[in-house]
Design a binder for this molecule. Structure first.
Ligand code: NAP
Length: 295
């Protein structure tokens, strides 16, 4: 079994991006700037935003976080998004999800200028991705594809089972895996909560991408020997062994499943860091477009 180490790949991506920022500085160009909107006090959301901002600082990107209370109005958020859309100094904007129930998340994320939508959630980016055109690929699926590339994992002609059909992970990654590209060309099945006989599908799959949102859902008895496991799930479960009182686990029963597979992503340290890597790459991509269009 080989561990597919997202933390290690994120470190490598950061070095590459840091060097890009330095090259830009030598040409008297400002660094890329990522902005984030954070609503409420959800500890997991705060942790994710902090990790993204810390990564920006490490590589020399500018960053800013706009924090709002749980009862912020949709109009207030839209006004801020509009302001950031107009800014010549900000290249990428993310809105940390989930948002409170009274806010329409789709409405908010779709109001981000698609040219600054570094999370890749905007319908224009989604549509362009489906057509294989230049776009911001959604950050988590982009990260998964980068891991497959880095570890030289064969995907062509393989059966790939994606479990979960969310707009941010399952659906886009199923499209990316089925594209006519070198690190894709898989025969994809997209499973969800209405799928019958899921275990018969998991047992046949060469590659399983689990984005279900249920801790330890995939058991060792469900997978075939030598398959590849990409675990997208991330859950805080109580633990008396950690200072924080919780530990992170994925959708896969890692300790048992790892004994049977050829490649597996750990949680934490697998897909999660790669979501950050993709955000940073997308922000640099956006910055270059914005900055070079003005020089
Ligand atoms: P989501 O919106 O919660 O959707 C879950 C999907 O799983 C749905 O399509 C659902 O089917 C399907 N599902 C639920 N129960 C199932 C079952 N028993 N059998 C088969 N399918 C089932 O998912 P998400 O936002 O993609 O998140 C999934 C997980 O990934 C979560 O743990 C989330 O925290 C994590 N995540 C991690 C990252 C990262 O950077 N590591 C990024 C995003 C998400 P229906 O459509 O029929 O309801």
């Amino acid at each position: 079994m080989e561990l597919v180490d997202g933390k290690k790949l994120l470190a490598k991506v950061k070095l590459e991006l840091k060097s890009e920022v330095q090259k830009m500085a030598h040409s008297n160009l400002r660094p890329p700037h990522l902005s984030a909107i954070l609503v409420g006090d959800d500890p997991a959301s705060k942790t994710y935003i902090n990790a993204k901002i810390k990564s920006c600082e490490e590589i020399g990107f500018n960053s800013s976080v706009f924090k709002y209370s749980e009862n912020v109005s949709e109009t207030e958020l839209l006004n801020k998004i509009h302001e950031i859309n107009q800014s010549k100094e900000i290249d990428g904007l993310i809105v940390q999800l989930p948002l409170p129930k009274h806010i329409n998340s789709d409405f908010i994320t779709h109001s981000i200028d698609y040219k600054k939508d570094v999370d890749g959630f905007h319908p224009i980016n989604m549509g362009r991705m489906v057509l294989g055109l230049d776009c911001f690929v959604p950050a988590t699926p982009f990260g998964i594809m980068s891991l497959l590339e880095e570890y030289n994992i064969e995907t062509s002609g393989k059966s790939c089972l994606v479990i979960g059909r969310s707009h941010i992970v399952g659906t886009p990654v199923s499209i990316l895996m089925s594209r006519n590209k070198k690190r894709a060309n898989s025969t994809v099945t997209l499973a969800h909560s209405k799928t019958k006989n899921l275990t018969s599908l998991t047992k046949e799959a060469d590659i399983i991408i689990a984005a279900i949102g249920i801790p330890h859902f995939i058991k060792d008895t469900m997978v075939k020997k030598g398959c590849v496991i990409i675990d997208v799930g991330i859950h805080r479960v109580p633990s008396d062994k950690t200072k924080s009182g919780y530990r992170l686990v994925g959708d896969v029963d890692f300790d048992k499943v790892k004994e049977k597979v050829s490649f597996i992503t750990p949680v934490p340290g697998g897909v999660g860091p790669m979501t950050i890597a993709s955000l940073l790459k997308n922000t640099l991509f956006s910055a270059k477009k914005i900055i070079y269009s003005r020089t």
